[in-house]
Design a protein around this ligand. Structure first.
Ligand code: NI
Length: 172
């Protein structure tokens, strides 16, 4: 396994729309393993392939306290969403910036696993937020896009100033 480089905002490659995964082979498994290692090393709770400059519809999550419950979603599609939740989010591609974003509280997702098997799962709370955040990455969208231009500009300046300070909250 190897740790991958995480692209950082405002890198234009983060705006790439990911393509569906069509080959469920050893190369895909290596990418999944590397993404998991990269996410754990960065102490994130989620990572989308877009963030490591691999433009495939693939994301990994682990919202467990014990950091041993990796979930892999390939070609994810939301079948249903309900409720609203507004919580502070962070992102490994936007270090040191946290902002409240409104998301669905519960989502039903259909996706494939590493072997191409279809799965359907209902997620809520933090897992649901994280999934929606990562699925946004696959569309080239970042959580800061939900903020007003003024707030986004302030955050950009803060980002430039604080780039070197260590993260304390969870990021995805
Ligand atoms: Ni993110």
């Amino acid at each position: 396994m190897s740790k991958l480089t995480i692209l950082e905002y405002p890198d234009p490659r983060l705006r790439t729309v990911a393509k569906p995964v069509t080959r469920f082979d050893a190369q895909l498994q290596t990418l999944i393993d590397d993404m998991a290692e990269t996410m754990y090393a960065a102490r994130g709770i989620g990572l989308a392939a877009t963030q490591v400059d691999q433009h495939l519809r693939l994301l990994v999550l682990d919202v467990s306290e014990s950091r041993d419950a990796l979930q892999v979603f390939i070609n994810p599609e939301l079948l249903d969403r309900s409720g609203t939740l507004q919580q502070e989010e962070g992102c490994l591609s936007v270090p040191e910036i946290y902002a409240e974003v409104k998301r669905a509280e519960t989502v039903t997702v259909r996706a494939q696993d590493a072997s191409g098997e279809h799965l359907e799962q209902q997620l809520d709370g933090l897992a649901a937020i994280c999934l929606q955040h990562e699925m946004d990455h696959l569309q080239g969208r970042l959580f800061v896009d939900y903020l007003s231009p003024i707030k986004r500009d302030m955050l950009k300046k803060k980002l430039a100033r604080q780039r070197r300070q260590p993260a304390e909250s969870v990021s995805a």
